[in-house]
Design a protein around this ligand. Structure first.
Ligand SMILES: [Fe+2]
Length: 296
């Protein structure tokens, strides 16, 4: 009789579960699940988890699933505010050859943003706020320009809302895809984004309040640089002059990703300053792939 699953006191549980999973055919799944069991059991022992606390954890996990829908992903938000998304992104994109630092995808990327011509304005309606011209170059780790790369950009509005959160904005506003030219350059016009709170209507908001944390992200633009035979770069560029730069609720700000938002004189007929951002990306050879869009 195989008795390896018979529990002989609290101390034997971990070994019994490890034994039950030992024949997992996929070695990577076997290793990851062995570590999940080892570390989660160790956590329970370390904090002496009570039955009530276990129920609270079950409620949290249940609600992050139930509060996820086509336009909002509470699971990603939970991973973001715990630093998990940033840790995974940075560990999988080391900067040892000078590649641009990765940053988290976030919950607002949509696949199939419209293709635009270099120089186009991604503000697809009249918008208040400061105009900003963004340009830069995509190159490889040897400094050679990468032509025909797709630079996919998405950002919040000057009041800090993505178009899918805001009835006042047209579909795909402040989103666009640009192809780099023969010199690897891209450029577009937009409006300066504002920082914004992450959604706090759900259970992640409850957690932030319980921890006495603010819910703000510093102003930023999201970029995904994609080209066949190069590893897809997912990153964000942050405004160097914005509030909360040093206390991003989702830990997305790497020092190398702080962009210089240069202010110029207002355009004729406007009181708003005109900003310029020049930001170059360095991508490495590898397998390109697109993530699964968290929202449609
Ligand atoms: Fe964002």
């Amino acid at each position: 009789m195989n008795t390896s699953h018979i529990i002989d006191g609290e101390a034997s549980v971990t070994a019994a579960v490890q034994a039950a999973m030992a024949d997992t055919a996929n070695p990577r799944l076997r290793d990851i699940m062995a570590a999940v069991v080892e570390h989660s059991h160790a956590l329970i022992r370390e904090v002496n988890l009570t039955e009530d606390e276990f129920q609270a954890a079950i409620r949290f996990l249940t609600l992050i699933g139930q509060q996820t829908n086509d336009s909002h992903n509470e699971v990603i938000l939970a991973a973001d505010v715990l630093g998990i998304s940033t840790l995974v992104a940075l560990r999988n994109s080391p900067e040892h050859e000078g590649q641009t630092a990765a940053a988290l995808l976030g919950p607002f990327w949509r696949a199939d943003a419209p293709f635009c011509e270099n120089g186009d304005n991604i503000a697809r309606c009249d918008m208040p706020g400061a105009v900003m011209d963004v340009s830069g170059q995509v190159s490889d780790v040897r400094g050679n320009p990468v032509a025909d790369a797709v630079v996919d950009v998405w950002q919040a509005s000057p009041v800090g809302l993505y178009e899918n959160q805001d009835d006042q904005q047209p579909d795909m506003n402040l989103r666009g895809r640009f192809r780099t030219d023969a010199q690897g350059r891209y450029r577009f016009r937009t409006v300066r984004p504002a920082g914004y709170p992450v959604p706090t209507h759900g259970v992640v908001g409850e957690l932030l309040r319980a921890q006495g944390r603010h819910c703000m992200r510093p102003a930023h633009l999201h970029f995904m640089v994609h080209r066949e035979h190069y590893k897809t770069l997912v990153t964000q560029v942050f405004a160097d002059d914005c509030t909360h730069l040093g206390s991003d609720v989702v830990f997305g700000v790497s020092r190398a990703l702080i962009g210089t938002f240069r202010s110029h004189d207002p355009r004729p007929g406007s009181d708003e300053p005109h900003y310029r951002l020049e930001y170059d990306f360095v991508i490495e050879a590898g397998q390109s792939c697109l993530p699964t869009a968290p929202i449609k």
